[in-house]
Design a protein around this ligand. Structure first.
Ligand SMILES: CC(C)(COP(=O)(O)OP(=O)(O)OC[C@H]1O[C@@H](n2cnc3c(N)ncnc32)[C@H](O)[C@@H]1OP(=O)(O)O)[C@@H](O)C(=O)NCCC(=O)NCCS
Length: 168
């Protein structure tokens, strides 16, 4: 039985593994980006990784970044192909941890541009549509917003070094 853990990325080596997963998904698989999906937001973003404890490798990632005071965006949610629909519900868990992470940092809103095929996935997680479909990186995307109801604002340092666990 392999165990997946989730944590905020703290080392350059883990960050590079997150970038590699994103590259395989958004550049190679989905071809949304031509050479790289990395951008100016990566530097100050919070990157969250799912790690397979059998191998110690990052298998999925998502990032959160603040664009203006209290307005946060989630982006680049990517689960490696062989880990999709894993019994640990890696994508679901990454979204929930991302929401908690930004709420703990005082987010007023948590938004994301979602591919239409994934809208239902986010609706099940209590995200709601905001406005109509827009073109984002050349393809249609739905702006969606997470419900932050029930999340408590804590200090900015909360969750540093925290490890979330999940079993398969
Ligand atoms: C979209 C993506 C992140 C989903 O990740 P995943 O790890 O496969 O998803 P999970 O295993 O956590 O959840 C999938 C299943 O869990 C179930 N599920 C969904 N929400 C749930 C919830 N809140 N609680 C329990 N189960 C849930 C559903 O059965 C879902 O299956 P379905 O999609 O067939 O309806 C993944 O497919 C991926 O990386 N795709 C390519 C990149 C991409 O499209 N990123 C998103 C850009 S907007």
């Amino acid at each position: 039985m392999n165990k997946i853990i989730f944590r905020i990325v703290e080392t350059e080596a883990e960050l590079q593994q997150c970038f590699a997963i994103r590259h395989s998904v958004f550049v190679e698989e989905q071809k949304i980006f031509f050479k790289t999906d990395q951008d100016k937001f990566d530097k100050n973003a919070i990157h969250i990784a799912a790690i397979d404890t059998n191998t110690g490798k990052v298998v999925s990632t998502v990032r959160c970044h603040e664009t203006e005071d209290g307005i946060w965006y989630g982006a680049r949610l990517a689960v490696a192909k062989e880990f999709r629909k894993h019994p640990s519900l890696i994508g679901v868990k990454l979204c929930k941890i991302a929401r908690k992470t930004v709420a703990d940092r005082g987010a007023k809103r948590f938004l994301a541009y979602i591919q239409p095929k994934n809208v239902r996935f986010f609706e099940r997680l209590n995200w709601r549509k905001v406005d109509k479909l827009v073109t984002h990186f050349g393809s249609p995307h739905q702006l969606m917003e997470a419900s932050l109801f029930g999340t408590k604002k804590r200090t900015r340092n909360v969750a540093k070094g925290k490890i979330w666990t999940g079993y398969a």
